[in-house]
Design a protein around this ligand. Sequence first.
Ligand code: KG4
Ligand code: ZN
Length: 333
Amino acid sequence: MIVLGVESSCDETGLALYDTERGLLAHALYSQVAMHEQYGGVVPELASRDHIRRAIPLLQQVLSESGVVRQDIDAIAYTQGPGLAGALLVGASIACGLGLALDKPMLGVHHLEGHLLSPLLASQPPTFPFVALLVSGGHTQLMRVDGVGQYTLLGETLDDAAGEAFDKSAKLLGLGYPGGPAISRMAEFGDPSVYQLPRPMLHSKNLDFSFSGLKTAVLTLVKNHQTNICEQDKANIARAFVDALVEVLVAKCLAALKQTGLKRLVIAGGVGANQQLRTALNAAAEKRRFRVYYPELEFCTDNGAMIAFAGAMRLQINPEAAQRSYAFNVRPR
Ligand code: KG4
Ligand code: ZN
């Protein structure tokens, strides 16, 4: 079965073809980062319009790279939500249009399920069950995953998501958008002994997170410097921020493994690309004897491959999940 995946929930247009027998056949991505950079964040209306411009050329690219002809596509999976309403509508419209034109069924996929299953696209995927840490721009969740569609929420953020904390703190340091990679690079040059930031909810008895206080602590440090904050001090603050956030994420992952008794940890979502987090988790895994799995770097952030894959997994369980009813809807929240 060949599934076409369409991702358009935020500022990345992703198209991919996944074959349940041969694996990922092709994927193509267009990132709108350069366009939104000048505004310091994603402008929803611009995002929607750009998805319209990019989707069909990307579809042509994955078809020609894979050698798949349109009629060989068995189903079309698109991101139904969460995400920006207008951006989601573009992807859903394209999926519907293609479905109607090719007479193929389609199904809406939950964006987070795409992220959650993305490590299964790796060459050495984890087996079920596992604990998953989902860390993206909009979500921070710990889940127990027993199989496709079998998810138990163990804990989540009470306020900002980890990626949001990265982006907002980077903005406070004048590092532009998107802030995650920038603040992470800057932290490499920081002295960890200069500033200590709070570790929110580190010792709470549950598996929930809270990151808005950390962002406020960064704001206070920046304000204390008034206008003359030098590059080294920015690096020191970046380092303090990354150290605090990573320590909390790792501690909660360890607590989730302990609570569930599982020995496999999967990291998914954009913040999963973070090198400091990976280094800390790898060290913990070696010490505590569990295995940690990451998606390929290109599948950490938003992409079409994870949507095609999640759609294919859903259809393997229930072929009726794809429908020919072209009255589509999106679920931004
Ligand atoms: O999963 P994703 O692409 O989109 C959402 O579904 O939200 O995640 C985007 C988030 C952004 O907040 C971005 O700053 C963060 O992931 N991110 C990173 C890194 N790469 C992306 N954060 C820290 N370090 C990185 N290397
Ligand atoms: Zn995402």
